[in-house]
Design a protein around this ligand. Sequence first.
Ligand code: ADP
Length: 460
Amino acid sequence: MSPVSPEIRRALPLVAVVAVASVAFLVAAVWSLATGPPKGSTALGALALLGSAVIAEAFPVPIEGVSAGRTSLATVFIVAAAVIYDWPTAVVVAFLTMATVEIGRRRAPVRIAFNVGVYTIAAAAAGATAAAFGEGSLLMLCIATLVVSTVFYVVNIGLLGLLFVRLRAQPVLQTLRGTLVSTTVPFAIMASLAVILVGLWDNSPYLAIALVGPLVAIALYQRRQHDTVDRLRELDRLKDEFIAITSHELRTPLASVYGAAMTLQRRELADEQRESLLGVIYRESGRLARLVDQVLWASKLETARGMPEIENFDPVELVDDVVAAEHAHLPPTVSLTVAMDDAAPRVAADGEKVKQVLVNLIDNAVKYSTDRGAIEVSLRTVEDCVRFSVRDDGLGIPLVEQQRIFDKFHRLDPDMTRGVGGTGLGLYICKQLVDQMNGRIWVASREGEGSTFAFELPAA
Ligand code: ADP
């Protein structure tokens, strides 16, 4: 058994009180319903409210700007059960709603007991309030629904606030005020929806069904909008990270080029030193050019300019060319070998773009290799495709990150704690290019053991 944390231990007395009280209310409600069984139409109506409450609880709606998380609209149906029928119906609907969803979500028993208990107690309080109003005009019914919604809300939020007080050991008033402020908007929405539902139901329960359409549409729209905003926020964060990384990446080679140029200009140097400084300028300006190219490529792909031209080329020749060029600037501790199916058919793709992808994958394999790296480039025919692979025995990539590294700006090590720089654009560009050439690209990797990046393109 996992040890109980001190926070949970602090909250246990409150959970126990809530659970015992809710069981008492439930037993009383079931007893009341059993002694005076409801009519068939009442049972049917209550079942419809229960079904709606379960669906609403299972699919909460995110409301932009509400920090308390997603809002469940189940309250609307529980309040309606209290106003339209009676407290026992509301208690049973509330209990079954929360129990079904929480058990379905496989929550911890303590959490299930508390959440189910809170709903049951709030429903009992709402039902008692509704009973106090009795029968009346439509206006009275609307006012009653508003008051009943408020009672449900206050009991619900009050108990949740008390739980936060216990869990976080915070002052009561401050916590309750915080919880209240963050849930006012959802409360206003739910109270008005409850009034509309009860008003319609009072005319005819069938009329209330008309509410399903707009409710579902609003819920779906809100979810979609929230997901989009979340994605935009993530992109914004990645862009900030990208600017920080790119500035750093630009400054490092620039400083080397500047330093080397200054030394060359000012001093009388031996030929050997002059050669080495010129080498620094050559290497570092190449790095700068590659960086600027990546940024340009990413923006080009975004605006769909520079679409690849599908021609056909010999993949064996292409791999030979790329590997020969890579050998020219390979660190001495890294080996690069080739394993090729010499009979591979010609490939229907843009040769220049394929070179670009392959160079990027080999450069990454070098960059993310440990001190002594062994890289193998291979070429195989797989059915009617040609598969290019680059295998390294470097750092490897955790499983959860293997899809995301193809996203724009995504890096495993944004703080560059390992000292390996990059923009997080390389693999994004590779994927875009391979996709445009009707191919697919993927990675197989184990953390600490190395990675194999592969892409397939159709044979000509
Ligand atoms: P970067 O410019 O950061 O190298 P990429 O888009 O090429 O951008 O790669 C994204 C991330 O994927 C890298 O930051 C790195 O964490 C990871 N990665 C890419 N190739 C490899 C590899 N061969 N081995 C381990 N990690 C890799």
